[in-house]
Write a protein that binds this ligand. Structure first.
Ligand code: ADP
Ligand code: MG
Length: 343
């Protein structure tokens, strides 16, 4: 397909082209793109939650193996995941981009098609942003706005001793997906081979390239009438997120290693790379699952929620953060986030 230089459209032509397909879905969006500001209006009985993420080429994403449509989708998902982690529903986003002349108009069309799909899947309105040129590469900053019933936002700080620790989905897959992509990139740069071996790795690749923020889990928590005492999304690995909850809540925790959910494909790939499966689950990042604590009185209700597992319990702070192995051995939980893991 012919590639059009960004300079051919000019800033306003480009903004028009990228945003014209977006429509407004939410009543709380009073004014979308096109003025100096967007206008949002929420009911008095709501609290509003706001979050921002900055993604920098070469630091947070590698365009050698991340297609731009996927990048657009993922950039929105990482923000929506933070909104869901507050027990809120995302309603609006703004998207700001800085791009160098190496990108074509068609490349940005791809990026925005991923953003549009993410907005559609999660009923979110794109209400503004900013556009700039850059000297090298691409930077994307997204801000998401969400709504939650007044005083029902779930913070990291509410966990208390005896609460149950719960996790959605399974862990470590996105990290193993990244290992596959890095391996094939290495093969390509060493040999020029244009045929990456990606067959049979669908599950882990999808978790890495097309993560899905857990809207469904927040909906199920409401349906089963479970209000978590604390919640966080798993972007940096389970250990690191658990330690955030412990620190913010002034508590300790006990997590049973044999209860930590790992998909069998993740375990198979970890084995192929001689990476300990538990290490991938604890320290691999970008799972975007929800980690939360619930009062012990909610045990029956939370046990019934599909795709949620209880992996341990909150303890007194003096007991520290501990992993308990299948043999009953106690290991101190240490923060080893995604970055520490790869360096
Ligand atoms: P201003 O000069 O007030 O910053 P702009 O000309 O940059 O306005 O933007 C015009 C409109 O387009 C505004 O509503 C702005 O929020 C929106 N906008 C600009 N860049 C983007 C973008 N990359 N994605 C989505 N909306 C954008
Ligand atoms: Mg502007």
């Amino acid at each position: 397909m012919a590639q059009t230089a960004l300079s051919a459209l000019g800033e306003f032509g480009l903004i028009d082209r990228l945003t014209k397909a977006f429509t407004i879905e939410n009543a709380s969006t009073k004014l979308g793109i096109g003025d100096d500001c967007a206008i949002v209006s929420y009911a008095d009985k709501s609290d509003i939650v706001i979050t921002t993420d900055l993604l920098v080429e070469g630091i947070h994403f590698d365009l050698m193996y991340c297609p731009l449509k996927h990048l657009g989708y993922k950039a929105v998902m990482v923000n929506l995941s933070d909104i869901y982690a507050m027990n809120a529903k995302p309603k609006q986003i703004t998207v700001s981009i800085a791009v160098s002349a190496k990108f074509s108009v068609e490349a940005l069309d791809d990026l925005y098609s991923g953003i549009a799909l993410a907005c559609k899947n999660h009923s979110v309105d794109l209400i503004g942003g900013d556009t700039s040129s850059s000297i090298t590469g691409m930077t994307i900053s997204i801000t998401a706005i969400g709504e939650v019933k007044k005083d029902k936002a779930v913070k990291r700080s509410g966990a208390k001793p005896n609460d149950l620790i719960c996790i959605s989905g399974d862990l470590g897959a996105a990290y193993m997906g990244l290992q596959i992509l890095e391996r094939e990139k290495h093969v390509f740069t060493q040999t020029g081979s244009q045929s990456p071996k990606l067959e049979g790795y669908d599950y882990v690749l999808e978790k890495q390239l097309k993560p899905e923020a857990r809207k469904d889990i927040v909906e199920r928590l409401a349906k089963y009438k479970v209000l978590p005492t604390a919640m966080i999304d798993v972007s940096d690995g389970l250990s690191s997120e658990l330690l955030h909850i412990c620190k913010c809540s002034n508590v300790g925790c006990k997590v049973y290693t044999d209860k930590i959910p790992v998909n069998e494909d993740t375990a198979r790939v970890a084995n192929e790379f001689s990476i300990d499966t538990l290490t991938a689950a604890l320290s691999g990042g970008e799972d975007y699952e929800l980690l939360f604590t619930v009062d012990i009185a909610d045990f029956h209700k939370v046990s019934m929620i599909p795709d949620v597992r209880i992996i341990g319990n909150i303890t007194q702070q003096s007991e520290g953060a501990q992993l308990i192995t299948a043999q009953g051995e106690k290991i101190a939980l240490i923060a080893q986030g995604w970055n520490g893991f790869t360096e």
